[in-house]
Design a protein around this ligand. Sequence first.
Ligand code: ZN
Length: 312
Amino acid sequence: MKTDVEVRRTERVLLKVPIKVHGVDPEGKAFSENTHTLVINRHGARIAARVLLRPGDEIKVTNSYSNRTFPFRVVCRVGKSLGEGPEWGVECLEPEANVWGIQFPQKKKAPGEDQSISALLECTQCASRELVEVLQGQYQTLITEFSLRRNCPKCGTTTAWQFSFVDDGWEEPSFPAQAAPTVQGSESTSDLAPQSLATAPTGAPLPTTTPHPAPVKTERKERRRVKRVTLKLPVRIRLQDGQQDVTRTENFSKPGACVISKLALYENARVLLTMGYTGGGGDLEAPARVVWQKPMEGTQLTIYGVDFESKR
Ligand SMILES: [Zn+2]
């Protein structure tokens, strides 16, 4: 079983939420630090904090969006940081609290039950956010119409839901100018990567081309902060030497996706991705390149940023 706090109970979302961490240190001195999460789940988070904490410490975490404060317990210090500075696994001491303002699916996933599709959606009426397990037909509607009609518990009626944009806070490193070219498009919602997914989950092929090919740029610094949508989609990652892993995407940006895999991939490695992998044959593969990687402490997994290659 996985033991890290991020994946222990509910699905994780790579999301930067501004928080304030505060409490009293062992010497009785009050501390307070404005920082952010790196990964959240319903009950916990991985957070960045320079203040020295210890496993077992009780701290307060204020969600700076909602200005609501919750008691938390420090579970562990994470050995390898995803960003800069120390990171901590923390767990909310109020199990029923909705700390992050996001509804997570109730159902726990059984091992091997990873073929489902989840998306972080937002009600267009009240801005409620929910990590929704979407069915096949709903997924098709989402990626073609970028909107899905479903019941909103807060509005008490059927409303239109759209992808919720997230900032996962991970600045992508700049690369030398000869790095793999990126396709840059316009900034409209409909231009986001989900539209360019290679295949639909049950195999209906979608175009492999990015919808709006544009002049090739190699300047990486422009994409240090990219908007992403949280869309968890089964994906097969295949290397040219035959190694492969079936996992799910964590999120999508216009140039690419984040995936967590047990494969050991080097930066700039070329991989073949089958989006919406079903295990059947005949799925289309989209070439992509690894542009950054960070180990996931406490697991044998690594998180990768991959960019789709433009079609030659
Ligand atoms: Zn609503």
